[in-house]
Design a protein around this ligand. Structure first.
Ligand SMILES: *[C@@H]1O[C@H](CO)[C@@H](O)[C@H](O)[C@H]1NC(C)=O
Ligand SMILES: *[C@@H]1O[C@H](CO)[C@@H](O)[C@H](O)[C@H]1NC(C)=O
Ligand SMILES: *[C@@H]1O[C@H](CO)[C@@H](O)[C@H](O)[C@H]1NC(C)=O
Ligand SMILES: *[C@@H]1O[C@H](CO)[C@@H](O)[C@H](O)[C@H]1NC(C)=O
Ligand SMILES: *[C@@H]1O[C@H](CO)[C@@H](O)[C@H](O)[C@H]1NC(C)=O
Ligand SMILES: *[C@@H]1O[C@H](CO)[C@@H](O)[C@H](O)[C@H]1NC(C)=O
Ligand SMILES: *[C@@H]1O[C@H](CO)[C@@H](O)[C@H](O)[C@H]1NC(C)=O
Ligand SMILES: *[C@@H]1O[C@H](CO)[C@@H](O)[C@H](O)[C@H]1NC(C)=O
Ligand SMILES: *[C@@H]1O[C@H](CO)[C@@H](O)[C@H](O)[C@H]1NC(C)=O
Ligand SMILES: *[C@@H]1O[C@H](CO)[C@@H](O)[C@H](O)[C@H]1NC(C)=O
Ligand SMILES: CC(=O)N[C@H]1CO[C@H](CO)[C@@H](O)[C@@H]1O
Length: 868
């Protein structure tokens, strides 16, 4: 859902973030001045096994760049595991803000390991105090504050590390930069805003290994990459670093070690990997029903229908418009969908209409429970969102979860309300339309026409729907002086750069006395957790899908994310890949995707066709667009419909493969999608590649990336691959390969040698039906002639657990066949479970070198095929 000016902001971002701003109060960030600060001297150093503590004292005359240097600090270093060092610098004389454990539970520091056994070590000098993290095996310096004194003031903290030349750096939150960041000239600002939500995390790689750094802070910050250095500039909190050793051979280890700190990702229901359709601007219930019908008529498998805020009565959450989206008709739609094994998702925003005395239950009940975010003087803090003047739930309020559960139970009640299967939450930066100063939101509501009037007349209440649809299927901390305008002004891209611009004021106070100044970046994730809880409370035992816009470190443990309001253009088409890799590979938010065909402005048939195919290899596949854009459902153009059908056939056949990857990720933290360098870490040519990626462990996706083009130059590492459709082998040579004549309904997809893919033999119109289709196994040998794979099958979200390979879950389906790729000549004999196979059970194609063996055994039995 857009703020009208969001588009502009996003474009500014794309054209480069490092626009230097004039600082609010005339202080400098001249590196020479900052480097001339005195820093600290370490004393009283105590080492006890895997723990080191010390006192830090200001080493000279205070430089007071953005406040007063704090004179003494304490340092604690813990070797938490062999791969993780936790370094924390705090003020012993004043409790400073830290990310609450209730929002991000920390791994235990209680059993430090022996530093001698650790893969990385903490090395330091006492005077001046500097520290370095080094890889034990090589002594390589991964992080070092040498020659850049630490600055620690109430509202300004700086840590700067030297980097090698041309360092390979990835991460640093949600952004629209290339996946590999420009090491010489990048500024990334971590401050959630409409158009820009953010977790923290750095990931460095090099031919000698990959490691990761997490600065755990929810305070606003600028992270700057300048030639040879990385610098954190943070406006509050403490210095709370996790250094992760990663690995010298396998970058995946860095992602896994990050999961150990922030939590493993949530499992999502099987159905959520199906196709989702949404838009802002469906006019009424007939529109919604017609989209469902039209997908069905076009034979494109629509799994889940979504509705944006259009359904609400005057844009108030937990209401339906009685004329445009009447409850009985909406219930009919949901019932129809469920009858066809399809699903439904609705949007819920956090802002609640401020409507005292109007009988609006969600407001009255929230007021009675005292759950609203407060001004410093204790009055409710008012914002301006879709319904007009609003209040926001304070997720720290002890009553917030009960309030939210109750509202979900009432409105989304299966018996009396809208029985949604997943939840979509937006505007949770939190976003406000109020311009600063927001002294009179009531006047601004009138000026901005909020809530907006509808532009069409209401439909007949009794219009027939689903008439021609063929059935899809048979059925108190520190008080700061300056919470609004700290002296160091982060590079916030919201209008005017004010911290409170287009969001809640940063001097508002949460129930636990935390201020929004500190907790702002947590809002989206806290709403996510509350919403996930509310969904589970209303349908106990059923896994659910919650998709959010704003995230903080650890969000993926509960929810997935879409990449916000992108544009229908080729640049956003391309950089959606880097956006997905950031969330899914680095930040442990695997259920992620961009709005397919683009959100803002008008898409074109060819962009939408290409994007339908690219988006089939996002973990979360949803077509969604803006209210002022042309319609872009996949059935609108023949070329797009064909592209969607082709690629959904591939995606649905791969459904259990990606479901297995999610299950594995939820147990180990291994990413569900990967950049090429994760699989070929020794191959430096892969480091900058962010237009090709691995979907799961073994599917290499290489879309066409230019408008109107039918060719693309792709990088094929020195390894063996197989074309997904023809199964023909392709030997890579670590070089670019030019693909030509890639039609507008095809996307190049290769199987990485060494994989056994568990495929469904056919695709279907719903995922429920898919679960009754037989499996087939494709054996794609690697260069060493071997292959392996795994398959996890469960009931799709009803909490029955089975273990990979144990086949304990009864599927009722068979293994139809095994397909062996790259078989040089027909074998003289083929044995199935030791016995020769029946006549006609083996088909060998000398042209494609594919050998098919009919298996036809219950899938749960397992089998062995032997070729001689
Ligand atoms: C750094 O990036 C900004 C924004 O893209 C650009 O304006 C500036 O010229 C760049 N500086 C250098 C030294 O490349
Ligand atoms: C620790 O750092 C010091 C100075 O920075 C350096 O001389 C020393 O070699 C380092 N120690 C190890 C074990 O690498
Ligand atoms: C559905 O398809 C019909 C027939 O092509 C078309 O007239 C109508 O506009 C479509 N409606 C929607 C909402 O897609
Ligand atoms: C409390 O603070 C808010 C925001 O600053 C202000 O609008 C309101 O008038 C104040 N209320 C009282 C009773 O002072
Ligand atoms: C930021 O907003 C506050 C509250 O309206 C105001 O006092 C302050 O002057 C603003 N600062 C800037 C730089 O706009
Ligand atoms: C918040 O601060 C107020 C005023 O200092 C105090 O009375 C109250 O107990 C504090 N609440 C919490 C939850 O700490
Ligand atoms: C657009 O896409 C990028 C990359 O996928 C993402 O990081 C960004 O947040 C999105 N939103 C906007 C407003 O550009
Ligand atoms: C792509 O083709 C369309 C239709 O022919 C044309 O309008 C557009 O300018 C072309 N774009 C480029 C980048 O060539
Ligand atoms: C391109 O592909 C089409 C259809 O697959 C085929 O008919 C045509 O000959 C190909 N053209 C070239 C130049 O390969
Ligand atoms: C797959 O579909 C084809 C054609 O629709 C059908 O003949 C075949 O039996 C199906 N196979 C399975 C395993 O469902
Ligand atoms: C930014 C950074 O520290 N980059 C380093 C990443 O790791 C490689 C090897 O581990 C170093 O060479 C880089 O300098």
């Amino acid at each position: 859902m857009p703020v009208s000016n969001r588009g502009m902001l996003a474009r500014v971002l794309l054209s480069g973030l490092a626009i230097s701003r004039v600082f609010a109060q005339g202080t400098t960030t001249d590196p020479a001045v900052l480097d001339a600060c005195p820093g600290y001297t370490a004393s009283n150093v105590k080492v006890n096994g895997g723990t080191l503590t010390a006192s830090l004292t200001l080493a000279g005359k205070a430089c007071n760049v953005f406040g007063t240097d704090i004179a003494s600090l304490s340092l604690e270093v813990v070797y938490e595991t062999v791969n993780r060092i936790h370094v924390k610098i705090t003020d012993p004389n004043d409790a400073r803000y830290e990310v609450p454990e209730s929002v991000l539970p920390r791994p235990s520091s209680a059993n430090p390991v022996n530093p001698k056994s650790a893969a990385i070590k903490f090395n330091y000098t006492t005077s001046p105090f500097t520290f370095a993290i080094q890889r034990t095996s090589t002594n390589e310096v991964l992080f070092s504050t040498a020659s850049h004194p630490i600055i620690f003031e109430p509202q300004y903290l700086r840590v700067k590390t030297n980097l090698g030349a041309n360092a390979n750096i990835y991460g640093l939150g949600e952004h629209t930069n290339d996946f590999r960041l420009d090491p010489d000239n990048t500024t990334l600002t971590l401050w959630s805003r409409d158009a820009y939500g953010v977790p923290t995390g750095t990931n460095f790689t090099g031919r000698r290994g990959t490691h990761a750094v997490l600065l755990l802070s929810s305070n606003g910050m600028d992270i700057k990459l300048t030639k040879g250095a990385l610098e954190y500039n943070v406006i509050g909190g403490v210095l709370d670093f996790y250094f992760l050793a990663g690995s010298t051979t396998d970058p995946t280890q860095a992602a896994i070690q990050y999961a150990e700190v922030v939590g493993l990702s949530a499992e999502v229901p099987y159905w959520s990997f199906g196709l989702h359709q949404c838009r802002f601007g469906y006019q009424n219930y007939i529109d919604v029903a017609d989209v469902i019908s039209n997908y069905s008529i076009a034979k494109i498998p629509l799994e889940t229908m979504w509705t944006d805020i259009d359904y609400m009565d005057r844009r108030r959450i937990f209401t339906v418009d009685p004329d445009y989206f009447p409850l009985d008709r909406m219930r009919e739609i949901v019932e129809y969908l469920h009858g066809q094994d399809q699903h439904y998702v609705l949007m819920t925003d956090p802002a609640v209409g401020y409507l005292p005395g109007e009988g609006y239950g969600p407001f009255d009940r929230g007021t009675a429970a005292d759950v609203w975010l407060k001004n410093a003087n204790g009055s409710d803090h008012l914002g301006l969102v879709w319904p007009g003047v609003t209040v926001w739930p304070d997720w720290f309020s002890p009553n917030a979860q009960d309030y939210w559960n109750n509202e979900f139970n009432l409105f989304y009640n299966p018996e009396t309300g809208l029985d949604i299967d997943g939840a979509w939450i937006d505007m949770n930066e939190p976003s406000s339309f109020c311009d600063l100063p927001c002294d009179d939101p009531f006047a601004q509501a009138i000026q901005q026409d909020l809530p907006p009037a509808r532009s069409t007349s209401p439909p007949p209440p009794d219009a027939p729907i689903f008439q021609n649809t063929p059935p899809v299927r048979r059925r108190s901390l520190e008080r700061r002086d300056n919470l609004l305008t700290p002296q160091y002004s982060i590079n916030n891209a919201a209008p005017g750069g004010n911290l409170s611009s287009k969001t809640a004021y940063t001097d508002t106070v949460h129930a636990n006395n935390l201020t929004e100044y500190d907790a702002h970046n947590l809002f989206g994730t806290m709403m996510s957790v509350a919403t996930h809880g509310a969904m589970l409370a209303r349908r106990p035992g059923l896994r659910t899908l919650v998709i959010t816009r704003s995230t903080f470190v650890g969000a993926g443990a509960k929810v997935g994310k879409w990449l916000g309001d992108n544009f229908s253009d080729w640049e956003h088409y391309r950089n959606s890949i880097a956006g997905m890799l950031g969330m899914a590979t680095l930040y442990q938010v695997p259920m992620v995707g961009a709005d397919i065909c683009g959100y803002a402005e008008d898409t074109t048939d060819l962009l939408c066709a290409r994007w339908a195919m690219l988006g089939a290899f996002y973990p979360f596949m949803r077509n969604h667009n803006a209210d002022t854009s042309i319609s872009q459902e996949f059935y609108r153009w023949p070329v797009v419909a064909q592209a969607a059908q082709n690629v959904l056939d591939i995606r649905y056949r791969l459904m259990d493969y990606i479901y297995t990857a999610f299950h594995t990720a939820s147990l180990t933290g291994a990413p569900v999608v990967s950049p090429m360098w994760f699989k070929y870490p020794k191959d430096t040519a892969t480091y900058p590649i962010d237009l090709q990626w691995f979907f799961g462990d073994s599917i290499l996706v290489s879309p066409v990336t230019e408008e109107n083009s039918t060719s693309v130059s792709i990088y094929v590492p020195n390894d063996i691959f197989y074309d997904f459709l023809t199964l023909a082998p392709i030997q890579g040579h670590g070089a670019q390969v030019q693909l030509t004549n890639v039609s507008f309904t095809e996307i190049p997809v290769y199987i990485k040698g060494g994989a056994i893919l568990p495929l469904r033999a056919n695709s279907t119109m719903t995922t429920a039906e898919l679960r009754e289709v037989d499996f087939e196994f494709v054996v794609a040998p690697g260069t060493d002639g071997t292959a392996s794979g795994s398959l996890y099958v469960d009931d799709g979200g009803f909490n029955t657990l089975t273990v990979t390979g144990s086949f304990a879950f009864k599927t009722g389906v068979n293994t139809s066949r095994a397909r062996f790729l790259n078989v040089a000549k027909a074998p003289s004999s083929v044995l199935l479970n030791g016995a020769p196979v029946k006549k006609g059970a083996v088909v060998y194609n000398a042209g494609t070198k594919v050998l098919d063996v009919t298996v036809g055994l219950p899938f749960t039995k397992g089998f062995t095929v032997t070729l001689h």
